[in-house]
Design a protein around this ligand. Structure first.
Ligand SMILES: [Zn+2]
Length: 482
Protein backbone atom coordinates (compact mmCIF):
# COMPACT_ATOMS: atom_id res chain seq x y z
CA UNK A 1 0.00 0.00 0.00
CA UNK A 2 2.93 2.36 0.57
CA UNK A 3 3.99 3.76 -2.78
CA UNK A 4 7.01 5.79 -1.74
CA UNK A 5 10.58 4.54 -1.91
CA UNK A 6 13.46 5.04 0.49
CA UNK A 7 16.36 3.80 -1.59
CA UNK A 8 18.26 7.01 -2.19
CA UNK A 9 17.37 8.06 1.35
CA UNK A 10 19.00 4.92 2.70
CA UNK A 11 21.88 4.30 0.27
CA UNK A 12 23.03 7.86 -0.36
CA UNK A 13 21.89 9.58 2.76
CA UNK A 14 24.45 12.41 2.77
CA UNK A 15 23.57 13.45 -0.77
CA UNK A 16 19.87 13.03 -0.04
CA UNK A 17 20.18 15.25 3.01
CA UNK A 18 22.03 18.04 1.18
CA UNK A 19 19.52 17.78 -1.67
CA UNK A 20 16.47 18.06 0.55
CA UNK A 21 17.77 21.05 2.56
CA UNK A 22 18.09 22.84 -0.76
CA UNK A 23 15.06 21.44 -2.56
CA UNK A 24 12.65 22.10 0.34
CA UNK A 25 14.26 25.50 1.02
CA UNK A 26 15.20 24.77 4.60
CA UNK A 27 18.82 25.73 5.15
CA UNK A 28 21.20 27.34 2.67
CA UNK A 29 24.55 25.85 3.52
CA UNK A 30 27.94 26.08 1.90
CA UNK A 31 27.48 29.39 0.15
CA UNK A 32 28.00 31.54 3.22
CA UNK A 33 31.67 32.53 3.11
CA UNK A 34 32.44 31.29 6.64
CA UNK A 35 32.93 27.56 7.00
CA UNK A 36 30.41 25.72 9.17
CA UNK A 37 27.75 28.39 9.06
CA UNK A 38 24.44 28.32 7.22
CA UNK A 39 21.30 30.35 6.70
CA UNK A 40 17.85 29.31 7.87
CA UNK A 41 15.49 30.00 4.97
CA UNK A 42 11.85 31.01 5.54
CA UNK A 43 10.38 27.51 5.24
CA UNK A 44 13.13 26.00 7.39
CA UNK A 45 12.70 28.73 9.95
CA UNK A 46 8.99 27.99 10.25
CA UNK A 47 9.79 24.35 11.03
CA UNK A 48 12.47 25.46 13.47
CA UNK A 49 10.02 27.79 15.19
CA UNK A 50 7.43 25.06 15.68
CA UNK A 51 10.13 22.87 17.19
CA UNK A 52 11.32 25.60 19.57
CA UNK A 53 7.71 26.49 20.47
CA UNK A 54 7.15 22.90 21.54
CA UNK A 55 10.36 22.92 23.54
CA UNK A 56 9.48 26.22 25.28
CA UNK A 57 6.04 24.86 26.16
CA UNK A 58 7.48 21.72 27.74
CA UNK A 59 10.08 23.68 29.71
CA UNK A 60 7.67 26.40 30.84
CA UNK A 61 5.18 23.77 32.02
CA UNK A 62 7.83 22.24 34.26
CA UNK A 63 8.84 25.49 35.97
CA UNK A 64 11.83 26.47 33.83
CA UNK A 65 12.36 30.22 33.35
CA UNK A 66 13.70 31.63 30.10
CA UNK A 67 16.70 34.00 30.34
CA UNK A 68 19.15 35.56 27.94
CA UNK A 69 22.86 35.84 28.72
CA UNK A 70 25.51 37.78 26.76
CA UNK A 71 27.25 36.07 23.86
CA UNK A 72 30.75 37.01 25.06
CA UNK A 73 32.40 35.31 28.02
CA UNK A 74 35.64 36.71 29.47
CA UNK A 75 38.55 34.26 29.43
CA UNK A 76 38.95 34.18 33.24
CA UNK A 77 35.30 33.18 33.64
CA UNK A 78 35.46 30.36 31.11
CA UNK A 79 38.65 29.10 32.78
CA UNK A 80 37.21 28.90 36.32
CA UNK A 81 36.35 25.22 36.15
CA UNK A 82 39.51 23.45 35.05
CA UNK A 83 38.02 20.29 33.50
CA UNK A 84 35.49 22.38 31.62
CA UNK A 85 38.01 24.73 30.05
CA UNK A 86 40.24 21.79 29.12
CA UNK A 87 37.31 20.13 27.37
CA UNK A 88 36.56 23.21 25.28
CA UNK A 89 39.94 24.90 24.80
CA UNK A 90 40.53 23.71 21.25
CA UNK A 91 37.01 24.66 20.14
CA UNK A 92 36.66 28.24 21.37
CA UNK A 93 36.47 31.27 19.10
CA UNK A 94 38.11 34.31 20.69
CA UNK A 95 37.38 37.98 20.22
CA UNK A 96 40.67 39.79 20.74
CA UNK A 97 40.11 43.23 19.26
CA UNK A 98 37.66 46.09 19.60
CA UNK A 99 38.12 48.17 16.51
CA UNK A 100 41.85 48.71 16.16
CA UNK A 101 42.64 48.18 19.82
CA UNK A 102 43.67 44.92 21.38
CA UNK A 103 41.33 44.05 24.26
CA UNK A 104 42.65 43.85 27.86
CA UNK A 105 40.93 40.50 28.23
CA UNK A 106 40.14 37.95 25.58
CA UNK A 107 36.43 37.29 25.10
CA UNK A 108 35.10 33.89 24.08
CA UNK A 109 32.09 33.43 21.83
CA UNK A 110 30.12 31.18 24.17
CA UNK A 111 30.63 27.49 23.48
CA UNK A 112 28.03 26.81 26.23
CA UNK A 113 26.98 28.86 29.26
CA UNK A 114 27.67 26.93 32.45
CA UNK A 115 30.25 29.49 33.57
CA UNK A 116 28.40 32.82 33.18
CA UNK A 117 25.18 31.30 34.46
CA UNK A 118 26.87 29.87 37.56
CA UNK A 119 28.50 33.25 38.14
CA UNK A 120 25.09 34.95 38.10
CA UNK A 121 23.41 32.27 40.16
CA UNK A 122 26.03 32.95 42.83
CA UNK A 123 24.88 36.59 42.85
CA UNK A 124 21.16 35.79 42.80
CA UNK A 125 20.88 32.86 45.22
CA UNK A 126 21.86 33.03 48.89
CA UNK A 127 19.65 30.46 50.57
CA UNK A 128 18.16 27.01 50.11
CA UNK A 129 14.80 28.79 50.35
CA UNK A 130 15.35 30.18 46.84
CA UNK A 131 15.92 26.73 45.35
CA UNK A 132 15.41 25.07 42.97
CA UNK A 133 16.03 27.57 40.16
CA UNK A 134 15.67 26.32 36.61
CA UNK A 135 16.82 28.55 33.76
CA UNK A 136 17.02 28.05 30.03
CA UNK A 137 17.90 29.98 26.91
CA UNK A 138 17.73 29.25 23.17
CA UNK A 139 20.74 30.92 21.57
CA UNK A 140 23.67 30.59 19.18
CA UNK A 141 26.81 28.92 20.47
CA UNK A 142 30.07 28.62 18.61
CA UNK A 143 32.45 25.68 18.31
CA UNK A 144 35.55 25.67 16.20
CA UNK A 145 34.93 22.17 14.82
CA UNK A 146 37.97 20.63 13.25
CA UNK A 147 36.13 17.57 11.92
CA UNK A 148 34.35 17.82 8.58
CA UNK A 149 31.34 20.06 9.01
CA UNK A 150 27.85 19.09 7.85
CA UNK A 151 24.73 21.25 7.58
CA UNK A 152 22.69 21.24 10.84
CA UNK A 153 24.62 18.20 12.10
CA UNK A 154 28.13 19.48 12.70
CA UNK A 155 28.34 23.25 12.35
CA UNK A 156 30.49 25.98 13.84
CA UNK A 157 27.58 28.20 14.75
CA UNK A 158 24.93 26.11 16.46
CA UNK A 159 22.10 28.58 16.12
CA UNK A 160 19.36 26.70 17.96
CA UNK A 161 21.13 25.69 21.14
CA UNK A 162 18.63 25.21 23.95
CA UNK A 163 20.61 25.04 27.17
CA UNK A 164 18.96 24.57 30.55
CA UNK A 165 20.79 25.18 33.84
CA UNK A 166 19.44 24.31 37.27
CA UNK A 167 20.55 24.78 40.90
CA UNK A 168 19.53 22.55 43.81
CA UNK A 169 19.91 22.17 47.51
CA UNK A 170 21.13 18.58 47.53
CA UNK A 171 22.61 15.83 45.43
CA UNK A 172 19.25 14.00 45.59
CA UNK A 173 17.43 17.01 44.19
CA UNK A 174 19.92 17.25 41.33
CA UNK A 175 19.36 13.54 40.66
CA UNK A 176 15.58 14.12 40.47
CA UNK A 177 16.22 17.01 38.11
CA UNK A 178 18.19 14.73 35.79
CA UNK A 179 15.11 12.48 35.68
CA UNK A 180 12.78 15.41 35.01
CA UNK A 181 15.04 16.60 32.18
CA UNK A 182 15.00 13.12 30.67
CA UNK A 183 11.19 13.10 30.88
CA UNK A 184 10.97 16.50 29.19
CA UNK A 185 13.20 15.30 26.35
CA UNK A 186 11.25 12.03 26.02
CA UNK A 187 8.04 14.02 25.55
CA UNK A 188 9.77 16.39 23.18
CA UNK A 189 11.18 13.67 20.92
CA UNK A 190 7.99 11.58 21.17
CA UNK A 191 5.93 14.58 19.98
CA UNK A 192 8.22 14.87 16.95
CA UNK A 193 8.07 11.13 16.26
CA UNK A 194 11.83 10.88 16.78
CA UNK A 195 12.89 7.55 18.30
CA UNK A 196 15.93 7.38 20.60
CA UNK A 197 17.98 5.25 22.91
CA UNK A 198 19.16 6.64 26.23
CA UNK A 199 22.67 5.85 27.45
CA UNK A 200 24.88 6.86 30.30
CA UNK A 201 28.02 8.04 28.57
CA UNK A 202 31.21 6.35 29.73
CA UNK A 203 33.39 8.45 32.04
CA UNK A 204 35.92 8.98 29.25
CA UNK A 205 33.26 10.65 27.16
CA UNK A 206 31.20 12.71 29.60
CA UNK A 207 30.64 16.47 29.40
CA UNK A 208 33.70 18.44 30.51
CA UNK A 209 33.04 19.34 34.14
CA UNK A 210 30.15 16.93 34.81
CA UNK A 211 29.84 14.06 37.29
CA UNK A 212 28.15 12.09 34.56
CA UNK A 213 26.26 12.55 31.29
CA UNK A 214 23.07 10.90 30.03
CA UNK A 215 22.62 11.11 26.27
CA UNK A 216 19.87 10.58 23.71
CA UNK A 217 21.03 9.07 20.44
CA UNK A 218 19.16 8.10 17.31
CA UNK A 219 20.12 6.10 14.23
CA UNK A 220 20.25 8.03 10.96
CA UNK A 221 19.14 6.51 7.61
CA UNK A 222 22.72 5.42 6.78
CA UNK A 223 23.13 3.53 10.07
CA UNK A 224 25.32 6.09 11.83
CA UNK A 225 24.16 7.35 15.18
CA UNK A 226 23.59 10.99 16.03
CA UNK A 227 23.61 12.45 19.54
CA UNK A 228 20.44 14.54 19.80
CA UNK A 229 20.30 15.54 23.45
CA UNK A 230 22.35 15.40 26.63
CA UNK A 231 21.66 15.77 30.36
CA UNK A 232 24.49 16.38 32.81
CA UNK A 233 24.66 16.11 36.57
CA UNK A 234 27.30 18.76 37.31
CA UNK A 235 27.58 17.95 40.99
CA UNK A 236 29.29 20.79 42.87
CA UNK A 237 32.09 21.21 40.34
CA UNK A 238 31.01 24.60 39.03
CA UNK A 239 29.61 25.97 42.30
CA UNK A 240 32.94 25.19 43.99
CA UNK A 241 34.90 26.79 41.17
CA UNK A 242 32.83 29.96 41.56
CA UNK A 243 32.83 29.87 45.40
CA UNK A 244 29.06 29.80 45.18
CA UNK A 245 27.72 28.86 48.61
CA UNK A 246 24.24 29.02 50.07
CA UNK A 247 22.75 28.91 53.51
CA UNK A 248 21.53 25.35 54.13
CA UNK A 249 18.57 23.99 56.11
CA UNK A 250 20.74 23.30 59.16
CA UNK A 251 21.99 26.90 59.08
CA UNK A 252 25.40 26.10 57.68
CA UNK A 253 26.91 27.14 54.37
CA UNK A 254 27.50 24.73 51.51
CA UNK A 255 27.92 24.57 47.74
CA UNK A 256 24.67 23.89 45.89
CA UNK A 257 24.27 21.20 43.21
CA UNK A 258 23.65 21.76 39.53
CA UNK A 259 22.50 20.11 36.34
CA UNK A 260 22.54 21.27 32.74
CA UNK A 261 20.99 19.84 29.60
CA UNK A 262 20.81 20.73 25.95
CA UNK A 263 19.44 20.05 22.50
CA UNK A 264 20.29 21.78 19.24
CA UNK A 265 19.72 22.23 15.49
CA UNK A 266 20.31 18.51 15.26
CA UNK A 267 16.69 18.00 16.32
CA UNK A 268 15.55 19.60 13.06
CA UNK A 269 18.17 17.60 11.14
CA UNK A 270 16.81 14.42 12.70
CA UNK A 271 13.18 15.34 12.07
CA UNK A 272 14.04 15.78 8.39
CA UNK A 273 16.21 12.68 8.15
CA UNK A 274 14.10 10.19 10.10
CA UNK A 275 10.78 10.78 8.33
CA UNK A 276 11.97 11.52 4.79
CA UNK A 277 11.80 9.41 1.65
CA UNK A 278 13.04 9.55 -1.93
CA UNK A 279 10.39 12.14 -2.83
CA UNK A 280 11.61 14.51 -0.11
CA UNK A 281 10.47 15.66 3.28
CA UNK A 282 7.61 14.07 5.21
CA UNK A 283 6.58 16.31 8.09
CA UNK A 284 4.49 15.29 11.09
CA UNK A 285 1.24 17.30 10.78
CA UNK A 286 1.76 19.05 14.15
CA UNK A 287 5.05 20.53 12.93
CA UNK A 288 4.26 21.14 9.25
CA UNK A 289 4.06 24.88 8.49
CA UNK A 290 1.44 24.03 5.83
CA UNK A 291 -0.69 21.02 6.71
CA UNK A 292 -2.78 20.80 3.56
CA UNK A 293 -2.25 22.25 0.12
CA UNK A 294 -5.07 22.56 -2.39
CA UNK A 295 -4.11 22.03 -6.04
CA UNK A 296 -6.74 23.04 -8.58
CA UNK A 297 -6.61 20.97 -11.76
CA UNK A 298 -7.78 23.10 -14.69
CA UNK A 299 -9.77 21.69 -17.58
CA UNK A 300 -9.80 22.39 -21.32
CA UNK A 301 -12.92 24.45 -20.84
CA UNK A 302 -12.35 27.91 -19.46
CA UNK A 303 -15.74 27.85 -17.80
CA UNK A 304 -14.91 24.60 -15.95
CA UNK A 305 -11.50 25.92 -14.91
CA UNK A 306 -13.14 29.00 -13.46
CA UNK A 307 -15.56 26.78 -11.50
CA UNK A 308 -12.66 24.63 -10.23
CA UNK A 309 -10.84 27.70 -8.94
CA UNK A 310 -13.94 29.12 -7.31
CA UNK A 311 -14.72 25.80 -5.66
CA UNK A 312 -11.08 25.51 -4.51
CA UNK A 313 -11.31 28.92 -2.82
CA UNK A 314 -14.40 27.73 -0.98
CA UNK A 315 -12.59 24.59 0.18
CA UNK A 316 -9.65 26.72 1.36
CA UNK A 317 -11.84 28.89 3.55
CA UNK A 318 -13.57 25.80 4.96
CA UNK A 319 -10.22 24.27 5.91
CA UNK A 320 -8.83 27.52 7.33
CA UNK A 321 -11.89 28.16 9.45
CA UNK A 322 -11.61 24.68 10.94
CA UNK A 323 -8.06 25.45 12.10
CA UNK A 324 -6.17 23.53 9.42
CA UNK A 325 -3.04 25.37 8.16
CA UNK A 326 -4.04 25.24 4.50
CA UNK A 327 -2.81 26.89 1.31
CA UNK A 328 -4.23 27.16 -2.19
CA UNK A 329 -1.61 26.92 -4.93
CA UNK A 330 -3.35 28.87 -7.68
CA UNK A 331 -0.22 29.74 -9.68
CA UNK A 332 -1.25 29.91 -13.30
CA UNK A 333 2.18 29.38 -14.83
CA UNK A 334 2.80 26.02 -13.12
CA UNK A 335 1.29 22.65 -14.01
CA UNK A 336 -0.47 20.53 -11.36
CA UNK A 337 2.29 17.93 -11.76
CA UNK A 338 4.99 20.46 -10.93
CA UNK A 339 2.95 21.64 -7.95
CA UNK A 340 2.69 18.08 -6.61
CA UNK A 341 6.44 17.69 -6.93
CA UNK A 342 7.06 21.05 -5.21
CA UNK A 343 4.78 20.47 -2.21
CA UNK A 344 5.61 16.76 -1.81
CA UNK A 345 9.29 17.66 -1.53
CA UNK A 346 8.39 20.14 1.22
CA UNK A 347 6.63 17.37 3.14
CA UNK A 348 3.13 18.87 3.29
CA UNK A 349 1.10 16.08 4.94
CA UNK A 350 -2.05 16.30 2.83
CA UNK A 351 -2.62 17.30 -0.77
CA UNK A 352 -6.16 18.17 -1.82
CA UNK A 353 -6.74 17.71 -5.55
CA UNK A 354 -9.68 19.51 -7.09
CA UNK A 355 -10.65 19.05 -10.73
CA UNK A 356 -13.92 19.48 -12.64
CA UNK A 357 -15.19 16.14 -11.30
CA UNK A 358 -14.70 17.23 -7.68
CA UNK A 359 -16.12 20.70 -8.33
CA UNK A 360 -19.31 19.42 -9.96
CA UNK A 361 -19.79 16.52 -7.55
CA UNK A 362 -19.02 18.48 -4.33
CA UNK A 363 -16.17 16.19 -3.36
CA UNK A 364 -12.42 16.51 -2.71
CA UNK A 365 -9.61 14.07 -3.44
CA UNK A 366 -7.17 13.69 -0.54
CA UNK A 367 -3.62 12.36 -0.97
CA UNK A 368 -1.50 11.37 2.03
CA UNK A 369 2.13 12.46 1.73
CA UNK A 370 3.60 9.52 3.68
CA UNK A 371 2.01 6.69 1.66
CA UNK A 372 0.72 8.66 -1.37
CA UNK A 373 -2.65 6.92 -0.92
CA UNK A 374 -5.56 8.71 -2.51
CA UNK A 375 -9.24 8.86 -1.65
CA UNK A 376 -12.20 10.95 -2.65
CA UNK A 377 -14.66 12.12 0.00
CA UNK A 378 -17.74 14.37 0.01
CA UNK A 379 -16.96 18.03 0.73
CA UNK A 380 -19.10 17.84 3.87
CA UNK A 381 -16.68 15.25 5.27
CA UNK A 382 -13.46 16.91 4.07
CA UNK A 383 -12.43 18.53 7.37
CA UNK A 384 -13.09 15.41 9.44
CA UNK A 385 -11.37 13.23 6.90
CA UNK A 386 -8.28 15.45 6.67
CA UNK A 387 -7.95 15.65 10.45
CA UNK A 388 -8.28 11.89 10.69
CA UNK A 389 -5.59 11.59 8.02
CA UNK A 390 -3.29 13.78 10.13
CA UNK A 391 -3.69 11.36 13.03
CA UNK A 392 -3.00 8.41 10.77
CA UNK A 393 0.13 10.05 9.37
CA UNK A 394 1.47 10.92 12.85
CA UNK A 395 0.89 7.36 14.05
CA UNK A 396 2.43 5.84 10.94
CA UNK A 397 5.54 8.04 11.06
CA UNK A 398 6.23 7.19 14.69
CA UNK A 399 5.69 3.50 14.09
CA UNK A 400 7.92 3.42 11.02
CA UNK A 401 10.67 5.39 12.78
CA UNK A 402 10.56 3.19 15.90
CA UNK A 403 10.71 0.06 13.81
CA UNK A 404 13.73 1.44 11.92
CA UNK A 405 15.54 2.12 15.20
CA UNK A 406 14.61 -1.25 16.71
CA UNK A 407 15.90 -2.98 13.57
CA UNK A 408 19.22 -1.17 14.03
CA UNK A 409 19.98 -2.13 17.62
CA UNK A 410 21.76 -5.50 17.81
CA UNK A 411 22.51 -7.29 21.05
CA UNK A 412 25.47 -9.55 20.44
CA UNK A 413 27.55 -11.95 22.51
CA UNK A 414 30.82 -12.14 20.57
CA UNK A 415 33.09 -9.78 18.68
CA UNK A 416 32.41 -11.69 15.44
CA UNK A 417 28.69 -11.10 15.81
CA UNK A 418 29.39 -7.47 16.66
CA UNK A 419 31.56 -7.03 13.58
CA UNK A 420 28.96 -8.62 11.34
CA UNK A 421 26.15 -6.42 12.71
CA UNK A 422 28.09 -3.16 12.49
CA UNK A 423 29.38 -3.88 8.99
CA UNK A 424 26.12 -5.19 7.55
CA UNK A 425 23.60 -2.74 8.92
CA UNK A 426 25.37 -0.26 11.17
CA UNK A 427 23.25 1.11 13.97
CA UNK A 428 24.01 0.28 17.60
CA UNK A 429 25.62 -2.86 18.93
CA UNK A 430 25.21 -3.86 22.56
CA UNK A 431 28.09 -5.93 23.86
CA UNK A 432 28.20 -7.59 27.31
CA UNK A 433 30.78 -5.59 29.27
CA UNK A 434 32.89 -6.23 32.34
CA UNK A 435 33.20 -2.53 33.19
CA UNK A 436 36.84 -2.01 32.21
CA UNK A 437 37.80 0.88 29.96
CA UNK A 438 40.54 -1.24 28.44
CA UNK A 439 38.06 -3.79 27.07
CA UNK A 440 35.86 -1.05 25.62
CA UNK A 441 38.84 0.56 23.93
CA UNK A 442 39.77 -2.79 22.38
CA UNK A 443 36.29 -3.12 20.89
CA UNK A 444 36.48 0.45 19.57
CA UNK A 445 39.83 -0.13 17.91
CA UNK A 446 39.03 -3.54 16.47
CA UNK A 447 35.64 -2.62 15.04
CA UNK A 448 36.36 1.03 14.22
CA UNK A 449 33.45 2.17 16.39
CA UNK A 450 32.95 4.57 19.28
CA UNK A 451 31.31 3.97 22.61
CA UNK A 452 27.87 5.37 23.34
CA UNK A 453 27.76 4.18 26.94
CA UNK A 454 25.64 1.84 29.01
CA UNK A 455 21.84 1.51 28.97
CA UNK A 456 19.93 4.04 31.04
CA UNK A 457 18.25 3.02 33.25
CA UNK A 458 20.86 0.44 34.25
CA UNK A 459 20.46 -3.01 32.75
CA UNK A 460 22.12 -6.16 34.01
CA UNK A 461 23.77 -8.25 31.27
CA UNK A 462 23.88 -12.00 30.83
CA UNK A 463 27.08 -13.74 29.86
CA UNK A 464 30.70 -12.64 29.76
CA UNK A 465 32.75 -9.79 28.32
CA UNK A 466 33.88 -11.07 24.89
CA UNK A 467 37.23 -9.29 25.26
CA UNK A 468 38.49 -10.58 28.64
CA UNK A 469 36.02 -13.37 29.49
CA UNK A 470 35.11 -11.94 32.89
CA UNK A 471 31.41 -11.79 33.91
CA UNK A 472 29.57 -8.87 32.32
CA UNK A 473 28.04 -6.27 34.62
CA UNK A 474 26.02 -4.47 31.93
CA UNK A 475 26.11 -3.78 28.18
CA UNK A 476 28.34 -1.27 26.46
CA UNK A 477 26.83 0.27 23.35
CA UNK A 478 28.96 1.04 20.31
CA UNK A 479 28.25 2.65 16.95
CA UNK A 480 29.73 4.63 14.09
CA UNK A 481 28.83 8.19 14.83
CA UNK A 482 28.30 11.57 13.29
ZN1 LIG B 1 36.33 -7.17 29.77
Amino acid sequence: MVKTKRERWHNNFSEWFDWILDRAEIYDYGRYPVKGMGVWMPYGFQIRRRVTDLLRKLLDETGHEEVLFPLLIPDWMLAKESEHVKGFEDEVYWVTHGGLEELDQKLALRPTSETPITYYESLWVQSYKQLPRKFYQIVSVFRYETKATRPLIRVREISMFKEAHTVHESFEDAESQVKEAIDVYRKFFDSLGIPYIISRRPDWDKFAGALYTIAFDTVMPDGRTLQIGTVHNLGQNFTKAFSFRIQTRDEKFDYPWQTSYGVSDRVVATLIAIHGDDVGLVLPPDIAPTQAVIIPIPSQSEEDSRKVLEYSRGVLSTLLSSGIRAKLDDREDTTPGDKYYYWDAKGVPVRVEIGPREASGSTVTIVRRDTLEKRTVPLSEAVGSIKKTFDEISAYLIERARKFLADHVSRVSSLDEARKAINEKGGVIEVPWCGSEECAVKVMNELQVKSLGTPWPYERAEGTCPVCGRPAVTYMRFSRQY
